[in-house]
Design a protein around this ligand. Structure first.
Ligand code: MN3
Length: 200
């Protein structure tokens, strides 16, 4: 079995004006495409062949940098495309909204903490909303293509929302203005999908 680059469920221009079509196309076909094929190269002929990506990430401390970087890149972008959509934006509802209010005080307080994690992640990386064992929600960030499923992560748990803050995710449209990209992201967050991951 090998890992496959997923198709997006929406067009490359569907997230405009918040994320431009050219960025989406290059990000999906070139960046995510490269992580996927390099992950396949890295696991080919090893005992990781046939394992799920979640199984591989859970034991990442025992694997090569190629598996860590490309396995993270494969998983992180799969999640990223799914938690965004053309009908995104607004606020979460139901159990997820209740949990955010309980663990952060309010939706606005959560957003501020997430924005801060995304803006202050030095260099390349990701900001995350994570469901920890027991159901508590926390915000964290990780360098490069690391994520909270990895056994080496500072903050562990199941990521239910992620924002790519590598320059390749925003530079064509926003250049160095990462905070503008972060603030535009909220207009495309697909809260039903985040809620599905929270419940899962
Ligand atoms: Mn990326």
């Amino acid at each position: 079995m090998s890992f496959k680059l997923p198709d997006l469920t929406y067009d490359y221009n569907a997230l405009e004006p918040h994320i431009d079509a050219r960025t989406m196309e290059i990000h999906h076909t070139k960046h995510h495409g490269a992580y996927t094929s390099k992950l396949n190269d890295a696991v080919s002929g090893t005992d990781l062949e046939g394992k799920t990506i979640e199984e591989i990430l859970a034991g990442i401390s025992g694997h090569s940098p190629a598996v860590r970087n490309n396995g993270g890149g494969f998983y992180n972008h799969n999640l990223f495309w799914e938690v965004m959509g053309p009908d995104g934006g607004g606020k979460p509802s139901g159990d997820l909204a209740d949990a955010i209010e309980k663990d952060f005080g309010s939706f606005d307080a959560f957003k501020e903490e997430f924005n801060n994690a995304a803006a202050t992640r030095f260099g390349s990386g990701w900001a995350w909303l994570v469901k920890q064992d027991g159901g508590k929600l926390v915000v964290t960030s990780s360098p490069n293509q690391d994520n909270p499923l990895m056994d080496i992560a500072e903050v562990k748990g199941t990521p239910i929302l992620g924002l790519d803050v590598w320059e390749h995710a925003y530079y064509l449209h926003y250049q160095n203005r990462r905070p503008e990209y972060i603030s535009a992201f909220w207009n495309v967050v697909k809260w039903e999908e985040v809620a599905r991951r929270f419940a899962g």
